[in-house]
Design a protein around this ligand. Structure first.
Ligand code: BG6
Length: 482
């Protein structure tokens, strides 16, 4: 292998609730993210502290309009095609198909919308890579069942998965079940629609919800294989290797344990069973989830075909309380600052080499094809009055990561593709801001919802086009090689 394979899937990734808007249009129901405002309160809710199930008329909810992709998908996809995209990762909003999650018949208008999106992609030979649930639980199911804590969601999700697999069987070959499934341990509301009452054992509920999602994921893989035999169905994790802060064996062991919070999910989804270390931890801490007879067989029989993962940064961990005290607030993985790395404006460590390390680690552990389905730099852009954005910082970040990705391929890692996050500016999942931009395409929309929604190509647009055109061979920018 000399570099990127000929059929490498270059492209970008978005999620329904971060781009579509039209939050109640054509029969769509409310989804969990539709109750997330910007600011401090957003984070508290994401941790499971939700007070009511209807939007407050005086509060601004960024997902309600998103970047209006629901109405602009044709022009946005044309821009992706101009960059030469081979793939677009996107998610289907569960609540467009089943507005409350429990209807006996799907919502035809919702199904028709994604038909049009997939047709538009096919027009340009862009492969859709579809996530079934990207931080997306119908609010009605949160209110009635408490989200994924209830077994009922397994059955409802299976119906939803079968519905979309059947409908799009001739249009979609790459599927993924849950976005960043491990996120439910860190942000339980967006990961699994969990809202906690006072005094509840949160960890126990989280692992119960995790079990339900794992079974639901395996059933979706089963359905995918039955309905679309030539499709690939994958899982998706928020990845990033954990480094020990020092060579102290206590720190090293702590890093092993932290990585296992992530591996736990993929060990089940890719290997088909709860690993020994997880069984021990769950038993010793009184967290073992209730299982139904047959669950273990389902998990064993229906493992994923590939591993999708997001990579933004590596993590660092320490057992020293003084070092731990420096862990940035709002950092969901509790990572301590790594003195060897610079950080983004949002405090995320920038570590291209970590991508190579993570990819190697995952491939050695699972021996299944990998797909980097998210990576990118969230940064503040300074557009001129006519929306020119010179985003050299973004190009530098992506260059360095693509270079390490190539190294991983040369190391022997089997990689299906690379869909960088937010090829068009979109609503930030963690903060709800528009200011945190990832795109090659600028969207004129501000944090408060003002702006014309006009699209404009940034400098990175031409750079990524050239990367795709040369199949990752020419990463230079303005004649300057790295
Ligand atoms: C991942 C999510 O966690 O990171 C995306 O799958 C998210 O939904 C992305 O947008 C970047 O995070 P943020 O908070 O900068 O939007």
């Amino acid at each position: 292998m000399k570099g990127f394979p000929e059929d490498f899937l270059w492209g970008g990734a978005v999620a329904a609730n971060q781009v579509e808007g039209a939050y109640l249009e054509d029969g769509k129901g409310l989804t969990t993210v539709d109750l997330l405002p910007q600011g401090e309160r957003r984070f508290e809710i994401m941790l499971g502290d939700l007070k009511g199930f209807t939007p407050d008329p005086d509060t601004f909810y960024p997902s309600h309009e998103g970047i209006d992709f629901y109405h602009t998908y044709k022009e946005d996809i044309a821009l992706f095609a101009e960059m030469g995209f081979k793939a677009l990762r996107l998610s289907i909003a569960w609540t467009r198909i089943f507005p409350t999650g429990e209807e006996s018949e799907p919502n035809e208008a919702g199904l028709a919308f994604y038909d049009s999106v997939f047709d538009e992609l096919r027009k340009y030979n862009i492969e859709p890579v579809v996530t079934m649930a990207h931080f997306d639980v119908p609010v009605a199911l949160v209110e009635k069942y408490g989200g994924w804590r209830d077994r009922k969601l397994v059955e409802l999700f299976e119906t939803y998965a079968k519905t979309i697999l059947t409908r799009y069987k001739d249009k979609v070959r790459y599927w993924m079940t849950f976005n960043e499934i491990n996120m439910l341990l860190h942000l339980p509301y967006i990961g699994a629609g969990l809202v906690f009452k006072e005094g509840e054992n949160k960890k126990k509920i989280q692992y119960q919800a995790a079990h339900h999602q794992l079974v639901a994921s395996a059933l979706a893989v089963k359905a995918c294989h039955e309905i679309i035999p030539n499709a690939m169905c994958g899982c998706m994790l928020a990845a990033g290797a954990t480094y020990p802060y020092t060579p102290d064996p206590e720190d090293v062991w702590d890093a092993v344990q932290k990585d296992r919070d992530t591996f736990f999910f993929i060990d089940v989804q890719a290997r088909g069973a709860y690993p020994g270390y997880a069984k021990r931890m769950l038993r010793e801490q009184g967290l073992f989830p209730d299982m139904e007879p047959g669950d273990e067989d389902i998990l064993e029989a229906h493992t994923v075909d590939y591993l999708g993962f997001s990579y933004y940064s590596s993590r660092a961990t320490s057992t020293d309380p003084e070092v731990n005290a420096q862990a940035a607030q709002g950092n969901v993985f509790g990572s301590v600052p790594n003195p060897y790395l610079k950080s983004s404006e949002w405090g995320w460590a920038i570590d291209p080499k970590g991508l190579r390390i993570t990819a190697n680690q995952l491939y050695e552990r699972y021996q299944k094809p990998l797909f980097i389905v998210e990576n990118g730099l969230g940064a503040v852009d300074q557009p001129t009055d006519d929306f020119v954005v010179e985003d050299d910082y973004r190009i530098a970040y992506l260059q360095a990561h693509v270079k390490e990705m190539k190294e991983a391929i040369l190391d022997g890692v089997e990689l299906l593709g690379y869909t960088s996050w937010g090829p068009i500016d979109l609503v930030s999942a963690s903060t709800g801001e528009m200011k945190k931009r990832y795109g090659y395409i600028y969207v004129d929309r501000n944090n408060d919802g003002s702006g014309s929604l006009k699209r404009a190509k940034k400098k990175s647009f031409a750079w990524y086009k050239q990367v795709i055109e040369t199949n990752g061979e020419d990463l230079s920018e303005g004649g300057q090689s790295i």
